[in-house]
Design a protein around this ligand. Structure first.
Ligand code: FMN
Length: 449
């Protein structure tokens, strides 16, 4: 079972009201906060500490950031390069993943960032490829409207090819460092790309030698057909967000079929649903905590602000009791699979905005495993055994407590059941995930790609 910790570079977890919880620490502007959490995850032999990202505050609801700022609906996102750097310095084995957008960053910048992080961390970097979902992000980058859904994936396709070839632009043995001969590196082993495509022109080579992992693993989380095919072609880790075991099993099978259809080994790609764990010393304590997070700390405006952001749709013109119609779903241009997923989950009942908002109070795209350590481990193992996943992306109710509790109470039980490692056997993230180091990808010399 692969385990990934879902982190935000702030103290607002995916639970909108989490920062209000008494045990939630407010040190998110201090490097020690991230280092403490990273050490906890490493003690729990997690594969990866993963940070999501968005390049704007939620600003779609009522065309304003006011509600997001007021209620703490993810108004803070620190730059991830610095955050992962300090996490790398505090750990030796833990994988370090960050989200970078193919729509708002240039490929050279992204290739350089992750190659650098991979070197400095000794081969522990991973890149979550996102195409970005909303107009608020577009406006922070001087673009009035967001590129449409399929154009974003066309651009992402070219982007990832360029990044891969930049990572491969230095051959593995290009660095010579011969003091006597005065030869720093062998120029015949450092290649220009001369890439000219519809979206990018990049000469190369990268100013960073080939990363220790060859290419840092790719994470992808698109849920549309186009997103799933993109993931099938490129991803090493696929994050999903499905509300029930049955939906997750269908998604898992579909994604593995798509991977095979792209000529890749489905077992070499890990499909990891997002899941929420609430672990307590007793089941009653865990249930009590669940109630606090679901019902007492979340403000409906915080949920709607986040929902508007994720769907790129302004819900402020609707009342909470309005039904979510097909027409409304058609208007959604952001995370398309999300609303359909919740609708399938509620079955025959008419989905209202209030229901959608309450599901989204926790950004409920995945199962919630609640109970004692052994109870939570048992529920996780059921999903794993029933072919719904290859592990999980675990979201926190509050930080750093959620991961401390999980590592103390649930990890020992997962180990006892033989489904999770007791110690790291390798040092790089690829080794934790059982992934081969890839051969270089390079166009014939002298040719434009
Ligand atoms: C676990 C998980 C984490 C995600 N993290 C991010 C993120 O950090 N930033 C982002 O813009 N989108 C994030 N997404 C959204 C997806 O990357 C993707 O943009 C979204 O599912 C829309 O793609 P689609 O149109 O192919 O469904 C995440 C999704 C999941 C399930």
């Amino acid at each position: 079972m692969a385990l990934v910790a879902f982190m935000q570079a702030s103290n607002v977890s995916v639970y909108s009201g989490s920062w209000r919880y008494p045990a939630s620490e407010h040190g998110f502007l201090d490097l020690r906060y991230y280092q403490k959490i990273a050490r906890t995850l490493e003690e729990g032999t997690f594969d990866l500490m993963f940070f999501d990202d968005r390049l704007a505050m939620p600003a779609i609801y009522g065309n304003s950031v006011a509600e997001a700022v007021r209620y703490g609906a993810r108004p803070v996102k620190l730059d991830l390069t610095a955050v992962l750097g300090v996490a790398a310095a505090a750990t030796d084995h833990l994988g370090l993943g960050a989200t970078y957008s193919t729509t708002y960053y240039p490929p050279y910048h992204v290739a350089r960032t992750f190659a650098t992080l991979d070197h400095l961390s000794g081969g522990r970097a991973a890149w979550n490829v996102v195409t970005s979902v909303n107009d608020a992000e577009a406006r922070n980058f001087g673009v009035e409207a967001h590129l449409d859904h399929d154009a974003r994936y066309d651009r992402a396709e070219e982007f990832i090819q360029v990044v891969s070839r930049l990572w491969d632009s230095w051959e593995d043995d290009a660095l010579v460092l011969d003091r006597e001969a005065g030869e720093f590196a062998d120029p015949s082993k450092v290649h220009e790309l001369h890439h000219k495509g519809p979206y990018f022109q990049v000469r190369g080579p990268l100013t960073v030698p080939r990363p220790p992992q060859g290419r840092p693993p790719i994470i992808q989380a698109g849920s549309s057909g186009r997103g799933r095919d993109f993931a099938a072609r490129w991803a090493d880790l696929i994050f999903t967000g499905d509300p029930s075991l049955q939906v997750a099993q269908e998604h898992y099978r579909d994604q593995k079929d798509r991977i095979a259809a792209h000529g890749r080994d489905p077992d070499a790609v890990r499909v990891l649903p997002m899941a929420y764990t609430i672990v307590g010393e007793t089941e009653a304590a865990a249930r009590e905590k669940e109630d606090v997070f679901l019902n007492r700390l979340v403000h409906p405006m915080a949920s709607l602000a986040l929902l508007s952001e994720l769907t790129n749709y302004d819900f402020s013109g609707h009342s909470l009791d309005d039904p979510v119609t097909d027409e409304l779903i058609e208007s959604v241009s952001g995370v398309r699979g999300l609303v359909q997923g919740v609708r399938r989950h509620v079955g025959d009942a008419t989905l209202t905005l209030r229901m959608l908002a309450s599901h989204r109070a926790t950004l409920l795209q995945g199962p919630r495993f609640v109970g004692t350590g052994p109870q939570v481990a048992e529920q996780m193992q059921q999903w794993f055994d029933d072919e719904a996943c290859d592990g999980f992306v675990l979201a926190a109710t509050h930080l750093p407590g959620t991961f401390e509790e999980f590592v103390r109470m649930a990890v020992p039980e997962l180990r006892r059941r033989g489904v999770f490692r007791s110690e790291y056997t390798g040092t790089t993230l690829r080794e934790h995930l059982g992934l081969d180091r890839p051969e270089p990808m390079r166009a014939p010399s002298g040719s434009d790609s």
